[in-house]
Design a protein around this ligand. Structure first.
Ligand code: ADP
Length: 542
């Protein structure tokens, strides 16, 4: 027997419709690409998203067509998400930090029909334009006054002109909730980038769970700053969460320097924010130097790479800010786990709580997680056994866009490529990416744990650990350090520091310092490039 409840498709357009109706005057503030601070409201944003949909239809965009973006977090970018997704097309966020060849590959693979770009990326698009095969229109996301007069992009369209030409009298179509609405490619640190195609249903379910108090914890009284770019794994869903709850949405545009970030946090009274660890490293350093505080901020979500324990402690102890350490990936929309305390762990002393918060958090409803050994046999959740982390769920990819490749096992699980432990309370801890884990004499050493232990040293700016071939142990760790200006450290001193934090047999066989460590387009340490840089390295005496 079927239930007798109404069929109300979970559509992304319903998020903005709801915000416009019930939180219509709530602000969306952008520290814009052009410079000034721009303020709009959810009701105005919905009208303009509808105008964008009308403009796209006029340009020939049809249901299922891809509308690409090379853009920062701005109100116009949010309009494109709602406008393209709402009309049944697909908003395809392209990461502008990728190499030009990767951007060309992604735009062509997705067959983007329209490409909307910020002023910042005009030179980039000029340089690759000849290789973009199916793009019919390029829209520059600015007003007439700021349109470049000397661009070589033929017939470049002005975003504000397109909006001004429409009347906004438009009803969002009642789509099937499984209709695609967003597309995001993984950054392709291994092989070609792969497209994850989000549906209206998956995005709305993800939003509903991500808003909750044990996840991002966002309500109508909050001011939310998603520093994480909208082109990184669905912007972690943060703009959708703000819209659904009627929170004030604060967008940092192209600004990422710590001083501007602090000004935004302070002036807009931001209560909730989210970003990768590298952003917080520079902000914390700036705060320590300037003596500034974070009086409004309550919660910060850190994910994308492992948050070092020292960072979590600094936020909690020095700034009274709760850190929610989260794990996810593009294929999971991206949320998989997030570190809110249980009733029991909340009672622990500071050290105990920090132990818990350094893990990647508990699995959220909507995702199933398990760890398996190399034969696919599930491993116990005892906090000790580690295995390949697998996921399935309501917002987990079942295949990649336009790739003929089976990605689920017989039980419907997707292999995340991470190695992890899960403890009896459900807290998951990432040991490593499976390709980064160091295999020493049949045992595994976690490069992440070693890196986090090393960055706790006050003179160390950044640390990366890679496995180097060893004739006896197969692989042993090499610690690569970037030191704070003017500082040096010997191998013995570093290992003495590490010995208090990790098992003795994990201690690196050598420690080298370099001026920079390479990063991926999403801010992670680029181990593939680092391994290449050290491919001829041999441990001393071998
Ligand atoms: P990319 O395009 O950079 O691969 P993803 O966001 O999809 O972007 O990357 C997902 C991967 O990032 C995860 O599989 C995991 O290895 C890593 N990751 C994400 N969050 C964390 C975290 N909190 N701790 C450790 N690793 C993380």
């Amino acid at each position: 027997m079927l239930g007798l409840m109404q069929d109300w498709p979970l559509l992304q357009s319903r998020l903005i419709e709801h915000a416009a109706r019930f939180h219509g005057q709530r602000e969306i503030v952008t520290y814009s690409v052009e410079g000034p601070i721009h303020r709009t409201t959810y009701s105005e944003l919905q009208v303009r998203a509808k105008k964008f949909a009308q403009a796209m239809a006029r340009l020939g965009v049809e249901e299922g067509d891809r509308v690409g973006t090379l853009a920062w977090n701005t109100w116009r970018h949010v309009e494109i998400w709602y406008g393209a997704g709402g009309m049944g097309a697909v908003a395809h966020t392209v990461n502008p930090r990728l190499f030009p060849e990767q951007i060309i590959y992604i735009v062509n693979h997705a067959s983007d029909k329209v490409l909307c770009i910020d002023l910042t990326f005009v030179p980039l698009v000029e340089a690759i334009l000849d290789s973009l095969k199916e793009v019919r229109h390029i829209v520059i996301m600015t007003d007439r006054a700021h349109m470049p007069t000397d661009t070589t992009i033929p017939n470049a369209l002005c975003y504000e002109d397109l909006i001004a030409a429409e009347d906004g009298v438009y009803e969002w179509p009642e789509l099937d909730e499984n209709t695609a609405c967003g597309l995001c490619y993984t950054s392709g640190t291994t092989g070609e980038p792969k497209g994850v195609l989000y549906s209206n249903r998956s995005n709305v379910l993800h939003t509903m769970v991500t808003a909750g108090s044990d996840t991002l914890g966002v309500g109508a009284r909050d001011a939310v700053l998603p520093i994480v770019p909208m082109f990184h794994a669905n912007g972690w869903g943060v703009p959708f969460v703000a819209t659904m709850t009627g929170a004030k949405l604060v967008l940092n545009g192209p600004n990422h320097d710590p001083e501007t970030m602090w000004n935004i946090l302070e002036n807009e009274r931001v209560t909730v924010t989210a970003a990768v660890p590298t952003i917080w490293l520079s902000l914390l350093k700036y705060l320590k130097k300037s003596g500034k505080k974070l009086p409004w901020l309550n919660k910060v979500t850190i994910g994308g790479s492992a948050a070092p324990r020292s960072m979590i402690e600094d936020f909690e102890r020095d700034f009274d800010v709760r850190v929610y350490h989260a794990w996810g990936m593009t294929e999971l929309s991206p949320l998989g786990t997030i570190g809110a305390h249980t009733a029991a762990t909340a009672e622990l002393d500071f050290d105990g709580r920090m132990d818990v918060q350094s893990k990647q958090g508990r699995v959220v409803f909507g995702v199933d997680l398990r760890i398996v050994d190399s034969d696919g046999k599930p491993q116990p959740h005892d906090g000790k056994a580690y295995g390949h982390l697998q996921a399935r769920g309501a917002w987990t990819a079942r295949s990649y866009y336009n790739l003929d490749e089976e990605i689920l096992d017989a039980d419907g699980y997707f292999d995340t490529g991470d190695v992890a432990t899960i403890d009896p309370q459900g807290f998951m801890q990432i040991t490593d990416r499976s390709k980064d884990v160091i295999k020493s004499g049949g045992e595994w050493i976690s490069s992440i744990d070693l890196e986090n232990a090393a960055v706790a040293h006050p003179d160390v700016k950044e640390a990366a650990v890679i496995g180097i071939h060893h004739p006896k142990w197969d692989e042993r760790p090499l610690l690569v350090l970037v030191m704070e200006d003017g500082k040096t450290i010997s191998k013995d001193d570093m290992n003495a520091f590490l010995a208090e934090r990790v098992a003795r047999w994990w201690l690196p066989n050598d420690v080298v310092t370099v001026p920079d460590i390479p990063h991926t387009a999403t801010g992670k340490i680029h181990k593939t490039v680092l391994r290449k840089q050290f491919k001829d390295y041999r441990f001393p005496g071998l």
